[in-house]
Write a protein that binds this ligand. Structure first.
Ligand code: 3PG
Length: 212
């Protein structure tokens, strides 16, 4: 096993408890969206690279909303990791953990949270020093039961489950000793972003944070 690459990241996620997973279609929505979430107490924002606006949205939030802790999501390639590095963001999430992604993250020194759905992927991540990983898609691959089971052979692993996490089940995930934070997209539905319905997003964020 190589040295632990995750302590600062683990701490960042442990403090966050809840990471908003955001897929931003329109760049002009990025900063007001981040402000709406921060107003509701959700400061840790994962901007997915699923849209053309994603990377610019992350940079815009980084520059305009200092209270937000912004990183990238849906990192699928070395190119995406290079982008994360050039933007100097404090975290980059991937739904997967292919050997080439893991090796590139080590080489580039990007604060990387690989996604795993199996014990083998977890072993590959931990072997390279990534002890904090995303369980994805959490609900679909066994959710709470899977996390409890993985805790047996992998007591040092820490998890950020995403995929099917909601206001209704986040508390049960966060009660597990090996879960540092949960992630979810439910806080900011596309329709609210499109309609600039920032109050609804702040309200959802506040309700979630109050429940934690
Ligand atoms: C992710 O990329 O982490 C997921 O798409 C989030 O899953 P959710 O949409 O079910 O919250």
């Amino acid at each position: 096993m190589s040295s632990d690459k995750s302590p600062a990241l683990t701490e960042l996620l442990r403090n966050a408890r809840l990471v908003a997973v955001l897929t931003i279609e329109r760049l002009d929505r990025a900063v007001p969206l981040a402000r709406a979430l921060v107003a509701g107490g959700v400061r840790t924002l994962e901007i997915t690279l699923r849209t053309e606006a994603g990377a610019d949205a992350a940079a815009a939030i980084r520059d305009a909303v200092p209270e937000a802790i912004v990183g990238l999501g849906t990192v699928l390639s070395t190119r995406d990791l290079e982008l994360a590095k050039s933007l100097q963001l404090p975290f980059a999430f991937s739904p997967g953990a292919t050997p080439d992604l893991l090796d590139a993250a080590v080489e580039l020194g990007v604060p990387f949270v690989p996604g795993i759905a199996t014990a083998s992927e977890l072993i590959a991540a931990m072997r390279r020093g990534f002890t904090t990983v995303k369980l994805f898609p959490a609900e679909q691959v066994g959710g709470i039961g899977a996390l409890k089971a993985l805790g047996g052979p992998f007591p040092a692993a820490r998890f950020n489950p995403t995929g099917g996490v909601s206001e209704a089940n986040m508390g049960a995930y966060l009660a597990l000793p090996n879960v540092v934070a949960v992630g979810g997209s439910w806080l900011a539905p596309a329709a609210d972003m499109e309609a600039a319905n920032w109050q609804a997003i702040t309200g959802r964020a506040k309700r979630a944070m109050d429940a934690l």
